[in-house]
Design a protein around this ligand. Structure first.
Ligand SMILES: [Zn+2]
Length: 235
């Protein structure tokens, strides 16, 4: 479960060494981009004199062939759904436009998704695919490939489907249903939900929610009462 840290400072750093101590714990030597000022260290130190932080690793590998194929497939679907053929965009200009909007929204430099330049990392490619899929979901762009197979961040996609009221499996209009797919214990005020069209809901009911989730590679989203009410009041 995601934890929201209210008071935190993010500092870019580079791992410049790694050793194991006597207890077998790995210790990393981290070189910070800019120093942490003394009073900042004091501010984050708890009453026991301890200082905690979270360490995030960036995936610096270069975009995979599979990711490039996904981007091309989604962009083709966007082109095919854009207009009557006369004013239709070509894939290159759609790609440039989408990249520009994406980079602006993320506050990052423009990147290239071609193999040779290699300035697009796996992480950025993954976020770009998620961005394109969100666009398709919001504007009802029909996809040639099953949406689940294109997903890079499945949980995010399933949540988006709930808010857009689109079936988690086929992206046809759907309804929010209470499901039991995760095996999570029933707790009052906690709901496990999934958006499903009538066909897929019928399938889930007939073969059982758990078998349905395994077969379709989907999963119910757990929500607390507040999140569930917010979802219900959307639309
Ligand atoms: Zn469906």
């Amino acid at each position: 479960m995601e934890t929201k840290i209210e008071n935190a400072t993010n500092i870019l750093s580079k791992v410049t060494g790694s050793v194991f101590n006597k207890e077998g714990q790995q210790q990393l030597l981290i070189t910070l981009d800019e120093p942490i000022i003394g009073y900042q260290l004091e501010r984050y130190t708890n009453s026991k004199g301890e200082l905690y932080g979270e360490f995030t690793l960036f995936d610096n590998r270069i975009i995979t062939v599979h990711q490039r194929k996904k981007i091309h497939a989604i962009l083709s679907d966007i082109v095919n759904s854009s207009g009557d053929g006369k004013n239709a965009y070509d894939i290159k200009s759609i790609k440039e436009d989408m990249k520009l909007i994406f980079c602006k929204s993320k506050g990052i430099d423009e990147f290239s998704t071609s193999e040779l330049t290699g300035d697009c990392t796996v992480t950025v490619a993954s976020e770009f695919i998620t961005f394109l899929l969100d666009f398709c979901l919001e504007y009802g762009v029909p996809l040639s490939d099953p949406p689940i197979e294109l997903a890079e961040d499945l949980k995010h996609q399933l949540i988006m489907c709930l808010y857009e009221r689109k079936c988690a499996v086929c992206w046809q209009p759907g309804m929010v249903h209470k499901v039991t797919t995760t095996g999570a214990k029933k707790i009052p005020g906690r709901h496990e939900v999934m958006c499903l069209c009538s066909n897929h809901y019928q399938e889930a009911e007939s073969i059982g929610h758990k078998s349905f989730a395994d077969k379709q590679h989907v999963l119910g989203i757990l929500m607390n009462q507040e999140q569930f009410m917010k979802l219900k009041n959307t639309r």
